[in-house]
Design a protein around this ligand. Structure first.
Ligand code: ZN
Length: 335
């Protein structure tokens, strides 16, 4: 198995055919042809060659994993006739970022309209590592469900606590763990090892098995706030802040990163920073990533055909209608 996945198949003919077809006919016909050819390639675990356009990678990956239906939905998606909803569709990915930004403005930022300083003292960009799971919808859903229960506990009777964000799934390949040297990110390697050590009850993952890192990114307000809790039913409350609830769950192998907004030199970049944070959870990764920072996939190995296609398909299944399955939204204002 391991040696198969190392081998590289030459797709030159597929892409030559694809580009000729594209010139000669409509995009759809070219895609169908490429799908057929990709499906006929015997080694479907082949590694992608560099320098291939993302749309082609996605189409070929889905074809190799037997999900042609989703490939066609993505190719046809124009966000009018029907939204494919895949994070691997550029239009849908942009749409998801935009709608998260809209929710953030409506539910979180409105209170800072005349109080820019409040953005720095109260608004937090928070990320949490939930778990490592198999590339199986049921396992991923279970991890997300557990994380939601923690958010619900944090939001319970704390109307000042608000969060807008999304769950993100990321492929991890233990074969390449050595790449996580101090040159990249030692923190990530330690975190992944800690996560794995915290999941001893599970079957061990095979050396050639890719697993999924379930985590989330959200903007939050009222994280440290305990006002309104001081007296409850005539008694002093012992409940702490929403942060203390999160902290209780996210410790040891589950990590929590809390960052204030960085103070920019010009205030116009605050909006830019917030909109960038709102695009964080929607990455169309096709390479492995060794750091927690941003979307820097430039150094990572390419994910093999079949695994990537399966991942794109599972991602869409978890998202469900309108990607509600990935959405994080607590304390929203009624529309
Ligand atoms: Zn789409």
């Amino acid at each position: 198995m391991a040696s198969d996945s190392e081998s590289e198949t030459d797709f030159t003919d597929v892409f030559r055919e694809l580009s000729q077809r594209r010139k000669a006919s409509t995009g759809m016909r070219a895609i169908r042809k490429a799908q057929k050819q990709a499906a006929s390639i015997p080694d479907s675990r082949a590694i992608f060659q560099p320098g291939i356009r993302v749309t082609k990678r996605v189409t070929l990956a889905l074809a190799a994993s037997g999900h042609q239906g989703l490939a066609e939905k993505i190719a046809k998606c124009d966000r009018k006739k029907g939204i494919c909803g895949s994070i691997y569709c550029q239009k849908c990915r942009e749409g998801l970022s935009t709608s998260l930004l809209k929710r953030t403005k409506k539910n979180l930022l409105h209170k800072f309209q005349d109080n820019e300083e409040g953005l720095f003292t109260e608004l937090r960009h928070v990320s949490g590592l939930v778990d490592i799971t198999a590339l199986q919808p049921s396992d991923i859903r279970f991890a997300i469900k557990q994380a939601r229960e923690v958010f619900e506990r944090a939001a319970h009777r704390r109307p000042w606590f608000k969060a807008e964000g999304a769950f993100e799934l990321e492929l991890v390949d233990f074969k390449h763990m050595d790449r996580m040297s101090p040159l990249y990110s030692p923190e990530k390697k330690t975190s992944l090892e800690d996560l794995l050590s915290g999941t001893l009850t599970r079957p061990m993952y095979g050396d050639d098995e890719m697993v999924v890192l379930v985590h989330w990114h959200a903007l939050m307000v009222g994280l440290d706030d305990t006002t309104g809790l001081t007296r409850e039913g005539g008694r002093q409350s012992t409940r702490g802040s929403a942060f203390s609830v999160l902290r209780k769950h996210y410790h040891r192998h589950r990590q929590l990163y809390v960052q204030p907004l960085r103070r920019p030199k010009v205030s116009s970049t605050i909006a830019k920073d917030i909109s960038k944070i709102c695009s964080y959870p929607f990455k169309n990764a096709y390479r492995l990533k060794y750091t927690f920072e941003g979307s820097d996939y430039q150094n990572g190995e390419y994910v093999d055909f079949k695994t990537l296609g399966e991942f794109i398909h599972v991602y869409r299944q978890i998202g469900r209608h309108g990607n509600k399955g990935l959405q994080i939204s607590y304390g929203s204002r009624p529309s």
